[in-house]
Design a binder for this molecule. Structure first.
Ligand SMILES: CC(C)(COP(=O)(O)OP(=O)(O)OC[C@H]1O[C@@H](n2cnc3c(N)ncnc32)[C@H](O)[C@@H]1OP(=O)(O)O)[C@@H](O)C(=O)NCCC(=O)NCCS
Length: 186
């Protein structure tokens, strides 16, 4: 099967700006659209997180091609208990349906993870298809003794330990990952 080409396009990866709010809403709605719902819960998740303490503006990452948003990846704050140790949740991740399978998902997720590592973040959690997230280095979170309301789903509950910028080797936190209220809607 032919692979869609992006050979002549340049993707720009950057944190969201004020003008991106409405385009992100549209992009997430398109990517998660289904016959059952006109407004997928992931749209409301992004809006509610943006209004919450969990929001980290530099980790709301967009992929832009020719001035149009084609991809989106969000990292936001979660806490590992005991100790209220800060970690990040990845999601939603969305690529415009007509631009999928051209590597934009990979690029925008990797850009968000790289930005998080630069900010000395240590741990990222995701609930998603292991076949997709494995390529970024995610592993089953159970290996790190990390639990959440989604642990029972097994392998889709995944964790990634980010490389440290100064080479320091710190222990990976284990425990219960507490997601802020907006996540209870998805
Ligand atoms: C999932 C998504 C973000 C991937 O973005 P993308 O730009 O299409 O993906 P990339 O081009 O970077 O990667 C393509 C690879 O991912 C795989 N892939 C794409 N979507 C996948 C999915 N939902 N599950 C598993 N693998 C997937 C493709 O098979 C392809 O694999 P290959 O490289 O081995 O051929 C995009 O398809 C999307 O927005 N989907 C709808 C929303 C969604 O499901 N988001 C993820 C929630 S966990």
């Amino acid at each position: 099967m032919a692979v869609p080409s992006r050979a002549v396009t340049t993707v720009r990866l950057r944190p969201e700006g004020l003008a991106d709010v409405a385009p992100i809403r549209r992009l997430v709605a398109q990517a998660f659209a289904s016959p059952e719902t006109r407004r997928p819960p992931e749209v409301q998740l992004v809006e509610a997180l943006r209004d919450s303490d969990a929001w980290l503006p530099e980790l709301s990452m967009v992929a832009e091609v020719d001035g149009e948003l084609v991809g989106y990846a969000l990292l936001s704050r979660v806490l590992v208990q005991p100790g209220a140790i800060p970690a990040l949740a990845l999601g939603p991740v969305a690529v415009r349906p007509d631009r999928q399978r051209r590597g934009y998902g990979r690029d925008v997720v990797q850009a968000a993870l790289d930005a998080a590592a630069e900010l000395d973040e240590r741990l990222v959690l995701v609930l998603g298809n292991p076949a997709y997230y494995r390529r970024f280095g995610f592993e089953p979170a159970a290996r790190f003794k990390l639990t959440s309301p989604w642990s029972g789903l097994g392998d889709p509950w995944q964790a990634l330990v980010l490389p440290s910028t100064d080479g320091a080797v710190e222990p990976v936190p284990s425990g219960e990952v507490i997601f802020p209220a907006p996540w209870s809607q998805v």
